[in-house]
Design a binder for this molecule. Structure first.
Ligand SMILES: C[S@@+](CC[C@H](N)C(=O)[O-])C[C@H]1O[C@@H](n2cnc3c(N)ncnc32)[C@H](O)[C@@H]1O
Length: 330
């Protein structure tokens, strides 16, 4: 189990998130300023690797849409080095299909805690906000597949960091929406108001539906008024506006379309909230990181001293930086 859910439903939740997206779509969870820092970090990392003698095979673990491979592709495009043989691996099949567009990567849908690769299969394994979702065992797995001299570089969600704070705010806003019962109130309203107009349910029930929907919209409106700007605020503001339009123009829509819309919004909002809370769950403390370093050490890797990636202009770190190398046999 992960965070109270089975791994299968975890994979399904991520699959739902990645399905229907295109590479480079604005991340629902990533501030563009953060994306710039990540870009600069990985550009420097891959440039250093090329200068050091190149990368023959590159594995992006929990790759999502393949952002790290796209950063790598840009760096390799500027160098005279041969492109590495790339593999993108994620538990969500729609993610690996997207990531495969970068560096012509081989898409592999797999859990990072049980990789379908032989020992010593790659020279470089990378991960950005990914391995920790599969638990600490995933770091041992990443070490297992590294060739002699091979390197692991991972950015890991950091407890008390900037991403955790942002996810906490977003999760709180989405939780207010769900706890307000907005979707249930909207469904009651859509079902009973037309019946009341036809004299098939009492006026008192119609008034109750109106009052309940208004109370839910007010609760969400209050949370929205103090929410930080960003994709979650936009998502909820659009939801509120659409609910108001729907309530005012109910007669213009087929009842089956209204039900499908409400159910779609509910599931989208719940999936969004779940992603945020799972990010909070996987944020690693300094103690957790010591455990990860211990695993890499036990797997025969030389681990650089732990460091953090800073968020310029913000207090707090963006990520733990894990950098390790399999000590060469030679
Ligand atoms: C926060 S996203 C990061 C994606 C990508 N690395 C990036 O930085 O954009 C976390 C990724 O981990 C994947 N994931 C979650 N649990 C996983 C597991 N057990 N094994 C492999 N991938 C997993 C999700 O599908 C998702 O793509």
């Amino acid at each position: 189990m992960l965070g109270g859910r089975t791994q299968t439903s975890e994979a399904a939740a991520w699959g739902q998130f990645w399905a229907g997206r295109s590479p480079g779509d604005e991340h629902r969870y990533r501030d563009p300023r953060v994306a710039d820092v990540l870009d600069a970090h990985w550009s420097r990392y891959f440039s250093d690797r090329i200068e050091e003698g190149g990368v023959t095979s590159l594995l992006d673990l929990a790759c999502g849409e393949g952002e790290v491979l796209r950063f790598a592709e840009q760096v390799f495009a500027r160098s005279s080095d041969d492109l590495p043989r790339a593999i993108c691996c994620d538990v969500a099949p729609p993610a690996v299909q997207m990531a495969a567009g970068a560096l012509n990567a081989l898409p592999v849908a797999a859990d990072s805690s049980a990789l379908p690769f032989a020992d010593a299969a790659v020279t470089c394994a990378v991960s950005q906000y990914g391995l920790e979702y599969a638990g600490q065992a995933a770091f041992s797995e990443a070490a297992r597949v590294l060739d002699a001299g091979g390197q692991l570089h991972a950015l890991v969600h950091c407890r008390g960091g900037v991403v955790e704070a942002a996810c906490g705010d977003v999760a709180a806003l989405l939780t207010t929406v769900i706890d307000s019962n907005l979707f249930e109130r909207m469904a009651d309203y859509a079902k009973d108001i037309p019946l009341a107009a036809a004299g098939e349910v009492p006026d008192a029930r119609a008034r109750e539906c109106v009052d309940n929907l208004r109370a839910a919209l007010d609760a969400v409106g209050e949370a929205l008024a103090i929410a930080s700007h960003g994709p979650a605020r936009e998502h909820v503001a659009r939801l509120v506006a659409d609910c108001r339009t729907l309530a005012g123009r109910l007669g213009h829509f087929a009842p089956s379309d209204v039900t499908a819309w409400i159910n779609g919004q509910k599931s989208d909002t719940a999936a969004f909230q779940h992603r945020m809370t799972s990010m909070l769950d996987v944020a690693q403390s300094e103690d957790d990181m010591r455990g990860i370093v211990g695993r890499l050490d036990a797997a025969g890797l030389a681990v650089s001293p732990l460091s953090v990636l800073e968020a310029p202009g913000q207090s707090g770190a963006l990520a733990w930086v894990v950098d390790a190398r399999r000590i060469s046999d030679a």
